[in-house]
Design a protein around this ligand. Sequence first.
Ligand code: IVH
Length: 672
Amino acid sequence: MVADPAARIAALTAQLNEHNYRYYVLAAPTITDEAYDRLLAELRQLEAACPESVLTDSPSLRVGGQPTTDFPTVAHAVPMLSLDNSYSPDDVRDFDRRVCQALGLDSVGYVAELKIDGVALSLHYVDSVLARAVTRGDGLRGDDITANARTIRTVPLRLRQAGWDLEVRGEVFMPRADFARLNQEREEAGEALFANPRNSTAGSLKLQDPRLAARRGLRFAAYWLATDRAVPATHWDRLGLLRELGLPVDPAAERCPDLDAVFAYCARQEAGRDQLAYDIDGVVIKVDRVEHQQALGTTAKSPRHALALKFRARQARTQLLDVTFQVGRTGVITPVAVLAPVALAGTTISRATLHNQDEIERLQLHQGDQVVLEKGGDVIPKVVAVETAGRPDQARPIVFPTQCPACRATLAREADAAATRCENPTCPAQLRRRLEHFASRQAMDIEGLGPAAVEQLVERQLVADVGDLYQLNLEALVALDRLGERSAQNLLDGLAASRQRPFDRVLFALGIRHVGTTVARSLARHFGSLDRLLQADEDALEQAPEIGPTIARSVRDYFATPQADALLAKLRDAGLQLMSELEPTASAPLVASRFAGTTVVLTGALERFSRDEAAAMIESLGGKTAASVSRRTGLVVAGPGAGSKLEKARELGVPVIDEAEFLAWVAAARPE
Ligand code: IVH
């Protein structure tokens, strides 16, 4: 232990904060990541020994505080408005004319900034220490999410000059690379994917457990301040002040003396947007002089001194080579467009999902067609249009199959559902997907069982279900192509190790419809063992937190089949963990969600999921679903074609959201 731990803690805290500033604000680090981590480790060790000496701005506090169950709401001293949008140069010229006229000037100077596609956040510093962070909320009141904001590395916990009482506003966002990593983890965990970085940012800020938020790679960029102290008279100089105080400001901001400079800026940023590490959806122009801003005032919704110039969704044309029909683990058939590779929004696209049978029928595609792809804010490119001109007469129309492409079983579609399924329990394609899922990292994490090994095990009929994996021996495995003795042994060791995975992982690994990691954990915790779970009827299942009738029915249906019986017997024999070590909890929800305690009615067509899937999501987030709209209905999710239920909802004043908004709500509520 050093002679004066408190002094060393103070020195390390200051040093690490200085390095953070150089890294995130100046973008000019002076030490390596490794050296930084060494200093942080030393600080953590000293802080553990002397907790009374931990400083409020210690970088170690960024890993997150204790989970909360609710976020207090806080009123904004100045409302958090939104921006007026425009899509064309003419709109910008009109805006400039209005501004000049209102101010009685011939021209005004602007500052142009990137419109980062994230979530607005207000930070309050008291005596230069971060005291509170509040979301925009409805513009008048937001949620106090201070614990989560502290985990954002670019949010300084203490300003670089003493004595400031200050409110700072800016954008929290998730760089594309962090977003891709997060979605990959979620895919492996069988969880709903975030549609875009903005949704995942909103979801991360609402996490109940800041330790999880800390791992999301969020960033912050400041664009506004308010204080009682004397500050510069222009927006540009205020951005400079923010930087001096240690707050990150987007380096792309520029002063534009006139409209031509504004247009040049927009063109440059639109052309360069794919080179950025994060998404932008346009640029923002702001009148530079703050006294002019104040003179212009605001409308009910937005300030008159600023305008967002939104970029158009990017499109590309390419040829549809074919459509393949993929069979998922639960038998759902997903049509996937195979495209001539084309560059779009910084990535090369060669595949696009066509969602389901309805989409295939809507688009009336033919092999070889020219199609138009569009990428808006979402990761998944969409086929928005088909060009029929020039299509040869003999072009083959794309038809949704009536039989499973893998096993030829007749496909089925439930009334009212978007998904078409193969219901053959022995379908080899489903088996492959089930094996891959069973072996995946968040499930049984079986080393050595990749897609190539799975393919051969199924092809050679060495396994008929995941339980057969535990009967494999070295001899059988060595006989597989391209699997030497070492890899075969590696796989056997992987299988042996997987016997120790806890019960909730086993439950998740079974691949039961609607049972992701969260639901599996809830079931394992509530019932404690497979035997008790098997005894539970639907009512008993619904007693577990997060479980509603749709999930309960899916779990019951799964266990009621003879295939499940046979499989569970094999897993028992193999010595898997079928008792839970998780502590049973009271029925406190695992997630905070806007669906909690709400009765939701689904109506019209949903594009991304079946009714069942949407219902399961609502239930797993604490809501209920109902078939008809009444005074007790809390929310209606309406897709295209919604009719009388939507009308009734409007009549009764029940809030209505569309599928995109529904997805955003789900994303915002997911726990990890
Ligand atoms: S100024 C009065 N500047 O866009 C609004 N907003 O619809 C003050 N945004 O809620 C916002 N980048 O979340 C401003 N450079 C920027 C921005 C920006 C992104 C977001 C912000 C706001 C929304 C406006």
